[in-house]
Design a protein around this ligand. Structure first.
Ligand code: PRP
Ligand code: URA
Length: 241
């Protein structure tokens, strides 16, 4: 895959690079980790919203009437549980009127396929622009499944906001949904045999919420042969491009 695909936006901002280094550091504890997720989301979210459309709005300043502008589309924030939760507050600071629609997905550790467990979307879409919030775009399975759900719901436009992406995940998402813009702080090297992003930051959910289940569940722990095969297939697809 080329360094950038048409829909991939890697933030060039030095503040983003600095905060991401702190976030990745294995010595960063959950409290600071959560603060950094929030700050990075704010910076990336600001960039991701740069092309939102505006509509004219007549207002009166204390001095005189004027033609101003307001955001046109209704925006929905779609955090993928659990790890996306830490990105919601920062986005609500930027867009206080946004609707928040949670989607519950976890990634099966062996197959790396997303498993849906929470979805309370109403029948018809209530927003035009959806911003998916999930710190990690690894195989891209969780994200692609969420875009499927949102398009089926009727969302006109979908964007993905993640902190770190793997090339394998960018390929999955941009080949299944080429119209989805992907905004990230970094594009990392590759997935390891357990489907974790390298160098990455480990497990974004566990690091935010302090839920460490022991060495066997750590990102570098030995792979299940089936999981390693899933990752090899993704990497083969990537090399074909
Ligand atoms: C993580 C992450 C993404 C997913 C990314 O969630 O937050 O949702 O994995 O992987 P993918 O791109 O290969 O689908 P996880 O399944 O660990 O659930 P959690 O947020 O509840 O910890
Ligand atoms: N989920 C994470 O939290 N981290 C990864 O590297 C991959 C999936």
């Amino acid at each position: 895959m080329p360094e950038t695909s048409s829909s991939l936006h890697v933030s060039p901002h030095p503040l983003v690079a600095h905060k991401l280094a702190l976030l990745r550091d294995k010595h960063t504890e959950p409290k600071q980790f959560r603060e950094l997720v929030r700050e990075l989301t704010w910076l990336l979210g600001y960039e991701a919203m740069a092309d939102l459309t505006l509509q004219p709005s007549r207002i009166e300043t204390p001095l005189e009437p004027m033609d101003a502008q307001r955001l046109e589309p209704r925006v929905g924030l779609i955090p993928i549980l659990r790890a996306g939760l830490g990105m919601v507050d920062a986005m609500l600071e930027l867009l206080p009127t946004a609707e928040v629609w949670h989607i519950g997905l976890y990634r099966d550790e062996r197959t790396l396929k997303p498993v849906e467990y929470y979805n309370k979307l109403p029948d018809a879409a209530t927003v035009q622009v959806c911003l998916i919030l999930d710190p990690m775009l690894a195989t891209g399975g969780s994200s692609a499944a969420t875009v499927d759900i949102l398009k089926h719901w009727g969302a006109a436009r979908v964007k993905q906001l993640s902190l770190i992406a793997a090339p394998e995940g960018v390929r999955t998402l941009s080949s299944t949904h080429p119209d989805v813009d992907i905004h990230v702080a970094a594009l990392d090297s590759h997935l390891n045999e357990r489907g974790y992003i390298v160098p990455g930051l480990g497990d974004a959910g566990d690091r935010q919420f302090g839920t460490f289940a022991g060495p066997a569940s750590e990102p570098g722990h030995g792979p299940d042969p089936h999981t390693a095969e899933v990752v090899r297939n993704l990497q083969r697809d990537l090399r074909k491009e």
